[in-house]
Design a protein around this ligand. Sequence first.
Ligand code: NAD
Length: 336
Amino acid sequence: MKNIVLIPGDGIGSEITNSVTTILEEAGAEVNWIEKSAGLKAYEETGNPLPDDTVEAIEEHRIALKGPLTTPVGSGFRSVNVALRQKFNLYSNIRPARTLPSIDTPFRNVDMVLFRENTQGLYIGKEKWINEGEDKRHSEAIAVVTEEASKKIIRAAFDYAVKNERKKVTLVHKANILKLTTGLFLEIGQKIAKEYPDIEFQDLIVDNMAMQMVLRPQQFDVVVTTNLFGDILSDLASGLVGGLGVTGAANIGDDAAMFEAVHGSAPDIVGKNVANPMALLFSSLMMLEHIDQKQIAENIRKAIYKTLVEKKVYCTPDIGGEGTTSTFTQAVCDNI
Ligand code: NAD
């Protein structure tokens, strides 16, 4: 049995985590859930959106599955996602995008996994005013790329390719313009690629990448890039296969990992039994693969695909079904 910290989160969080834990139990996953709180509910109850005992549980067990968290606008509420990412140095953000049965999109046979560097680049938030005078305002931001962090994310992408029998790694950059920052990232990628002679290596400039992903997404296998490019391209990749509601995501570091749904807490549909658990479910399959319960993940994946074939009857309205969270959960369990 593997201990996993379960953070249901806010809004539809408990509805979709109930669905996911029911399905994993039906499939025989060897996990022991340790439920902890975070988000708005935790903030209202304890004054802290990320209570100490939640952090301590992740420190002890090192793996978490997290539902969506409501982020209230206003002071005193620090972003739980950012805090967890920093605290456990979860430097790889991993987003698979795979074509699903019965989910209509203009693209077929997409099967790529995008690795985004999660801690550096232009997203470190180092901005300043150079001039604040009226009509003369001038602001600047700093992008950071270090050799150490680049090596970690690029190696993570190559190691993933080897472990999952993938054939190619594409590194995305803008080294023709940003020669020192993304140029460094590219240079490190080229060096590391030599250590993996069985994996094909390709580098593409980010603007070309955006076009290629739409023209012929089937050519991509594993993709690795810096924080800002990865933020945009990972949503683009999700869009190719049906959007954030049907794709999983993970944040992984050297000794901790957090699997999560990327969509929000959907306050407009709370308690209506129409929340789609698929995104969190796919994240939980990444978690099962991470803890070496691959066969169970594969069995659940097949059961989801089978359920999707009868989408109209069993699935939730957001993907064109006439079913509910409960009918989807039951159908996946029956198909297992
Ligand atoms: P949202 O993703 O919650 O909702 C956008 C739309 O998508 C809504 O119509 C909602 O009903 C629908 N939707 C989302 N998830 C769904 C699901 N699983 N099944 C069916 N429909 C679904 O985005 P929002 O309304 O902009 O944000 C609501 C709250 O969530 C905010 O407090 C925001 O800060 C937070 N949020 C959290 C995360 C996170 O924790 N990772 C991500 C985004 C937004």
